[in-house]
Design a protein around this ligand. Structure first.
Ligand code: MN
Length: 232
């Protein structure tokens, strides 16, 4: 055992459906603009340029049902419903037909975003971290163990605020499929057990305020509910 000079930080983790055990989180990779209609609403042309990625810290994870306080420094706090994939076996340069061997499970997540800070950074050519990688910015529903990656190729994905539908699409509309995302990501860095990949959000992103309740899900996979609390 390493003798640390201050107490080691707790291991970040997410819930597992139907289990008391939890999945340890190592890193969170996120795909930008992976649905054409969302790329257009963000003022960009959807195309087949290689996907780009940003990250969130592992301890940004929030369980389903937990109230998320309205974060500091923003006046435009957005939801983004997304398919999330969990890596159970590490690897670099993973071929497309081997991707399933590396996926432990999948679920639905919410890539919470300080949109005003993200867009200001984008315009100035600065990193997205202050818009994307803040405390409690990655809501992750309980992970569902996967038996087939093809289960992630289609299915309704949706999000509602206070019961009113705001995002509705199908996983078949992903510009880059789960197989392609994992293959391309693993060419840049070695994926490791505990890594999560948030695969991008469909059109319809928008703001929430304290008191709102966000619900969402992916048909046949998982549901999520997140109340937004007052600023702390
Ligand atoms: Mn996103």
């Amino acid at each position: 055992m390493t003798d640390f000079i201050i107490p080691a930080p707790p291991q970040a983790s997410v819930a597992v459906a139907g289990s008391a055990q939890r999945f340890p989180v190592r890193r969170i990779f996120c795909v930008g603009r992976n649905y054409a209609a969302h790329a257009r609403e963000m003022g960009k042309d959807p195309d087949r340029d290689p996907p780009f990625f940003f990250t969130k810290p592992a301890d940004a994870v929030v369980d389903n049902g937990v109230t998320v306080p309205y974060p500091p420094l923003t006046q435009d706090f957005h939801y983004e419903i997304e398919l999330v994939v969990a890596i159970g076996k590490g690897g670099a340069n993973i071929p497309r037909d081997a991707v399933m061997d590396h996926i432990w499970g999948a679920t639905v997540g919410n890539d919470l975003t300080r949109r005003d800070l993200q867009l200001a950074a984008r315009e100035q050519g600065r990193p997205w971290d202050w818009g994307k990688a803040f405390d409690q910015s990655a809501v992750i529903a309980p992970l569902v163990p996967m038996s087939r990656v093809s289960m992630l190729d289609a299915g309704r994905i949706w999000l509602a605020v206070n019961g009113k539908t705001r995002q509705e699409a199908d996983l078949s509309q992903l510009i880059w499929s789960v197989r392609e995302i994992i293959t391309i990501l693993s060419q840049s860095m070695r994926l490791e057990p505990g890594d999560l990949v948030m695969t991008g959000t469909p059109a319809g992103v928008g703001a929430v305020v304290p008191g709102d309740v966000i619900t969402g899900g992916i048909e046949g996979l998982a549901d999520i509910r997140t109340p937004i609390g007052p600023a702390q």
